[in-house]
Design a protein around this ligand. Structure first.
Ligand code: GLP
Length: 263
C-alpha cells in the first residue's frame, strides 16, 4: 500500500486525475471503477475541467462500473440520489461517456436475487477493472461493505448501519429517508481491480484511515482488506492523515519516489 500524504483536496484531485488519464491514454478501452460520496468530487471535477479544456484523453471507448447502489428508491433509474444518476451527473456526462458505457448493480425489485451474480459476470466480461476509485466510510466501510462483511465477499445485498444512514442523510431529507438496503460490490470483488485509488479527506476520516492502513486486517474495519492488495494508492489530505503513526515515513517515501515509477 502506498500512502501519499498531500497538501490539500485540490492537490489530491490533480494527482488522481493524472492517474486516471494515464490509464486511459495507455488503454483507451480501459475499465474504470467509480465511487460516489463527496470525497471523489474534486477529482471528478478536475477530470471534467481537463476534458472540457481539450487536455484529457478520449473516453469514447471506456467502460465504467459503479461500486454500489441503493435498493428501494422510488424510480431508481432516475431518482437523483440513486448512484446511477449521481455518477452520470457528477462525472460521466461531463466526460462525454454515454449512459450505455456505465454499469451499476441492478436494484429492480423483481431481479434482486440474481443482481449480484449478474453484476459480477458483467465485470468479468469487461475484463476486470483497471483503476478503481474508492472512498472510506467513517466506520471503515468500503463501498457499502459495512463492518463484519466477509473479506472475501462478492456483489450482494447489504443492510446499512445506523451510522452510515446518518452519514448519508445529508443527501436526503433525514436518516429515515436513506434506504436501509443496498447492492454493493464485495470486498473480494474490489480486490480484483488492478489498481485501487482510495481518497480520504477531512478529520472525520482520520480514525478510519489510521485503522485500515496501520491496524490489523479485520472484518471489523472492512477497508483494512486493502493491505492484501498489491497495488493500492491512498491519497490523503493533512486532516485525514493526522492519525497515522508512520506519517513522516510516508512523506519521505513520496518525496524520494523515483520519477519513472509513477503511482
Ligand atoms: C458511501 C459510499 C462509499 C463512500 C462513503 C464515504 O457510503 N457507498 O463508496 O466511500 O459513502 O462517503 P464520503 O466520501 O461522502 O465521505
Amino acid at each position: 500500500m502506498e500512502v501519499v500524504p498531500l497538501g490539500s483536496a485540490a492537490e489530491i484531485a490533480a494527482v488522481a486525475a493524472d492517474v486516471v488519464e494515464a490509464v486511459v491514454r495507455r488503454k483507451p478501452a480501459a475499465v474504470l471503477g467509480l465511487a460516489t460520496g463527496s470525497t471523489p468530487l474534486p477529482a471528478y471535477r478536475e477530470l471534467i475541467r481537463r476534458h472540457e479544456a481539450g487536455l484529457g484523453p478520449s473516453y469514447a471507448a471506456v467502460t465504467c462500473f459503479n461500486l454500489d447502489e441503493y435498493v428501494g428508491l422510488p424510480e431508481p433509474e432516475i431518482h437523483e440520489q440513486s448512484y446511477r444518476a449521481t455518477i452520470a451527473r457528477e462525472l460521466t456526462d461531463g466526460l462525454g461517456i454515454r449512459p450505455d458505457q456505465v454499469n451499476g448493480p441492478d436494484p429492480s425489485p423483481d431481479s434482486l436475487p440474481t443482481a449480484g451474480e449478474r453484476y459480477e459476470a458483467l465485470i468479468a466480461r469487461a475484463g476486470g477493472v483497471d483503476v478503481q476509485f474508492l472512498g472510506i466510510g467513517s466506520d471503515g466501510h468500503l463501498a457499502f461493505n459495512e463492518p463484519g462483511s466477509s473479506l472475501a465477499s462478492r456483489t450482494r445485498i447489504k443492510t446499512l448501519t445506523a451510522q452510515t444512514r446518518k452519514d448519508n442523510a445529508r443527501f436526503f431529507g433525514s436518516p429515515d429517508e436513506v434506504p436501509s438496503h443496498v447492492l454493493t460490490q464485495g470486498l473480494g470483488t474490489i480486490l480484483e481491480a488492478r489498481h485501487l485509488l482510495l481518497i480520504a479527506t477531512g478529520e472525520g476520516k482520520a480514525d478510519a484511515v489510521a485503522a485500515f492502513a496501520e491496524g490489523p486486517v479485520t472484518a471489523s474495519c472492512p477497508a483494512s482488506v486493502l493491505q492484501l492488495h498489491p497495488h493500492v494508492t491512498v491519497l490523503l489530505d493533512p486532516a485525514a492523515a493526522a492519525g497515522l503513526n508512520r506519517l513522516a515515513y510516508y512523506r519521505e517515501v513520496y518525496a524520494a519516489k523515483p520519477a519513472w515509477q509513477g503511482l
